[in-house]
Design a protein around this ligand. Structure first.
Ligand code: CUA
Length: 311
């Protein structure tokens, strides 16, 4: 495990980690310079203008436009620089490259599980090195937060919707995953590992860990489509029934009875399953039962979303 006894973050091991560190050190060095400057001036003035006798009375102080302007302008520029720099990095971390390898992440009190496109499920995250990996994350219960210190990535994991984070590991090693949102008794034990493999080793690992009866998420979703009764109201051939057909649904623009509209992305599909009354598609009635957030696990909802995405 890549850990060290230090107050600093562990050695960087992802493509964006260097940029995150540069911004961090810029903020740190700037803060240290200002801290030392302000405190030493304060100490010097306290000594220089100390009261020398009981009759000593301070002379009145008048404004100095140059000093006042400088303490407004210089900090404002620094804050703007940090904001623009940080926001650009935030966007870079939040938007995965289109060719990313996708893994589903489920967080629960108090463990992680990872589902791969071929159906393998693991408790540690296994990924190929030198390839962008996009994580589609959701929680079964409360808010958790996915943090890999060596990769300098962190994102909250929420119940009822997807959040995303991506990284490209640059070294073959084992790295720590920690939960960084207080989530109850065993929050501080909610650890897992990222194991980075060469592309060949990773493909072997995927094959070796595939159980004989395992299904891909989309295949599992197809079973749930029948088992959970979706089939009663949602056709696969474009025929409208009590609910819209799943054919071509994913990625299409949905118009709602309240006059708003949205593109049917993963989060729209998930919300429509767990909270169907929230947005009603034009031409349909609010008749879908709202129990699926309880009767289906987070992984089953992922599977159903994967199935709908293929229609
Ligand atoms: Cu999960 Cu803290």
């Amino acid at each position: 495990m890549n850990q060290q006894n230090s107050i600093w973050l562990p050695e960087a091991a992802s493509t964006i980690a260097g940029d995150v560190d540069t911004l961090f050190y810029f903020i740190l060095v700037t803060s240290v310079i200002f801290f030392v400057g302000v405190v030493s001036t304060m100490v010097f003035f306290a000594w220089r203008f100390r009261r020398r006798s009981p009759d000593d009375r301070p002379k009145p102080v008048y404004e100095n436009k140059l000093v006042e302007a400088s303490w407004i302008v210089i900090p404002s520029i620094l804050v703007a620089v940090v904001f623009v720099w940080g926001f650009r990095l935030f966007l870079e971390i939040g938007i995965a490259p289109p060719n990313s390898y996708e893994v589903n992440v489920t967080a629960r009190k108090w463990s992680w599980s990872f589902t791969y496109p071929n159906g393998v499920i693991s408790t540690d995250l296994h990924v190929p090195v030198n390839r962008p990996v996009k994580l589609r994350m959701s929680s079964e219960d409360v808010i958790h937060s996915f943090f890999v210190p060596s990769f300098r990535i962190k994102a909250d994991v929420l119940q009822g919707r997807y959040s995303y984070v991506w990284f490209e590991a640059t070294r073959q090693d084992t790295f720590l995953i920690a939960c960084t949102e207080y989530c109850g008794t065993s929050h501080s034990n909610m650890y897992a590992r990222v194991v980075t493999h060469s592309q060949d080793d990773f493909e072997n690992w995927l094959v070796e860990n595939l159980p004989d009866d395992s299904l891909t998420p989309a295949q599992r979703g197809e079973l749930l489509y029948t088992q959970q009764g979706c089939i009663g109201c949602h056709s696969l051939d474009g025929t409208a029934a009590a609910g819209p057909s799943f054919l071509g649904l994913a990625g299409s623009t949905r118009n709602f009875t309240d006059g708003t509209s949205a593109v049917a992305d993963d989060n729209y599909l998930r919300t429509s399953i767990v909270n169907p009354a929230l947005q009603i598609v034009e031409g349909y009635l609010n008749v879908m039962p709202g129990q699926y957030a309880v009767t289906m696990s987070s992984e089953e909802i992922d599977a159903l979303v994967a199935f709908i995405n293929e229609q």
